[in-house]
Design a protein around this ligand. Structure first.
Ligand code: NAD
Length: 433
């Protein structure tokens, strides 16, 4: 073992290693909390000054992370800064910045590049640098490493480099960061070993793979698996609904098979920062190798079409009441992309909202986790507001919504999440969508 490795491993073992988390968002914050809970000193780096101030004041940033946990983070020696010169004081740096698609639906690597440049200008020998952002195979070696080496330091010799994808599922009460096995690939064996030693402090299991590209591909495969299966079940829903077969009942029956089947559920389309975006990182990279990832493209196409299909279904529901979408009052119930969180990124509810407005409807929304969308406030779920709607569209199945109350007072409900399945004697007409 080299002296640099020995020094780093000793510091990690004695919990004296300082951990710098770059990008204090949905991934960076829970990760930071986990390190402080386990006795490490954490400094979060972010470009957003307000976020830094909120973190340092112990404020709640995300609905699914309690204010007390944020206060504990500060009490446990955690803090945040935008002073990038402090990157030099860190022993381990973990990059958790966004990896969106640009306007041409191509990977936007500008955040990863910016974070790598900041590190490059402020790094020193012996640091461990791990990329966690979801990305295409080759990013850490082809993009991050050359930027870091502009410092004059050499990866695998002067500093340690690895890729370890985040598998965080915000709002999932069963699997928090510490319970999810962590996959990792290192630039060298030593880089991998040091990464594993670090993460073993916060997760139950580390899964070492042979290269950074394997670790990068593993994360993409997990998300592509979800995207393709969601598309498949969405398409089946469209096919089966024509035959008047209830897809939800079919899934419930199919999942009684004790092997070889995993349930996925239909919905209004794909949302969030991962599933609608990450698969396209691979299909983009595939083109460089003169090959295609057809499943990914097809899944994207089907999932995007769901939005139009839901709008069409609302039109049909209103038509049966001798109404048109134009001039109808429609409330969208749930604008977060999934239940029990406040994240609206890529939420299909927002596309449906735009489409309905475009068709001339008067659209409002209610979401217990999203108080406003720009100027528009979440409409209170009271009898008057419910009765006032020509249709209510359920796009997110938040647990803290009283669906029975809605079924009692609404005229027409279009349910994309099957939350109305068990409501007995609803006054509203309910359409599965
Ligand atoms: N949200 C999830 O559920 C999830 C799950 C697994 C993986 N991921 C991946 O993790 C990465 C981060 O996603 P997220 O959801 O946490 O994003 P986010 O938008 O919630 O947070 C990113 C943070 O990084 C900050 N930032 C941007 N550029 C920066 C820079 N140059 N230096 C310092 N800070 C910077 C932003 O201000 C923001 O606070 C993405 O690659 C994403 O695909 C996300």
């Amino acid at each position: 073992m080299t002296i640099l490795s020995e020094k780093l491993q000793n510091k990690i073992r004695d919990k004296e290693a300082k951990i710098g988390i770059i990008g204090m968002g949905y991934v960076g914050i829970p990760l930071s909390l986990e390190f402080t809970i386990n006795g490490f000193n954490v400094l979060g780096f972010d470009k957003d000054k307000k976020r830094i101030d909120d973190i340092n004041e112990g404020k709640q940033i995300m609905k699914h992370i309690k204010q007390k946990d944020m206060a504990d983070f500060i009490a446990n020696d955690g803090s945040a800064t935008n002073d990038i010169t402090k990157l030099n004081e860190m022993d381990c740096l973990i990059i958790c910045v966004p990896t969106p698609l640009d306007v041409h639906e191509q990977p936007d690597m500008s955040y990863v590049e910016a974070a790598s440049n900041d590190i490059s200008k402020n790094m020193r020998k012996g640091q461990l640098i791990v990329l966690e952002s979801t990305t295409y195979p080759g990013t850490t070696k082809e993009l991050v490493k050359p930027i870091l080496e502009k410092s004059g330091l050499i990866a695998g010799k002067d500093f340690f480099l690895a890729y370890s994808p985040e598998r965080e599922d915000p709002g999932n009460k069963e699997f928090s960061v510490s319970k999810i096995p962590k996959v990792m690939g290192g630039y060298t064996e030593e880089c991998l070993e040091n990464t594993s030693i670090l993460y073993k402090n916060i997760v139950a299991e580390t899964v070492k793979v042979s290269s950074m590209e394997t670790a990068e591909s593993t994360k993409l495969m997990e998300n592509i698996f979800r995207a393709v299966n969601i598309a498949m079940v969405n398409e089946l829903k469209l096919v089966l609904s024509r035959m008047d077969v209830n897809i939800w009942e079919v899934i419930d029956a199919a999942k009684t098979k004790p092997f070889g089947f995993m349930p996925f559920y239909p919905g209004p389309g794909m949302g969030g920062h991962c599933i609608p975006i990450d698969p396209f990182y691979l299909s983009w990279k595939a083109k460089e190798y003169n090959t295609e990832a057809k499943f990914i493209e097809l899944a994207g196409e089907i999932n995007r079409k769901m939005t139009e299909n839901i709008a069409h279904r609302i039109g049909k529901g209103l038509n049966d009441d001798a109404k048109s979408v134009r001039d109808s009052k429609i409330m969208i119930l749930g604008v977060a992309y999934k239940k029990d969180i406040d994240d609206m990124r890529e939420s299909p509810a927002l596309s449906i909202r735009e489409l309905l407005k475009f068709k001339g409807a008067t659209v409002s929304y209610h979401d217990p986790y999203v108080k406003n969308i720009n100027e528009e406030k979440s409409l209170e779920l009271n009898i008057k507001n419910i009765k006032n709607q020509d249709a209510i569209l359920i796009t997110t199945d938040h647990s803290n919504v009283d669906y029975e109350f809605i079924a009692k007072h609404a005229k027409l409900i279009i349910d994309t999440r099957n939350v109305m399945a068990n409501i007995k004697n609803p006054n509203a007409r309910i359409l599965r969508a």
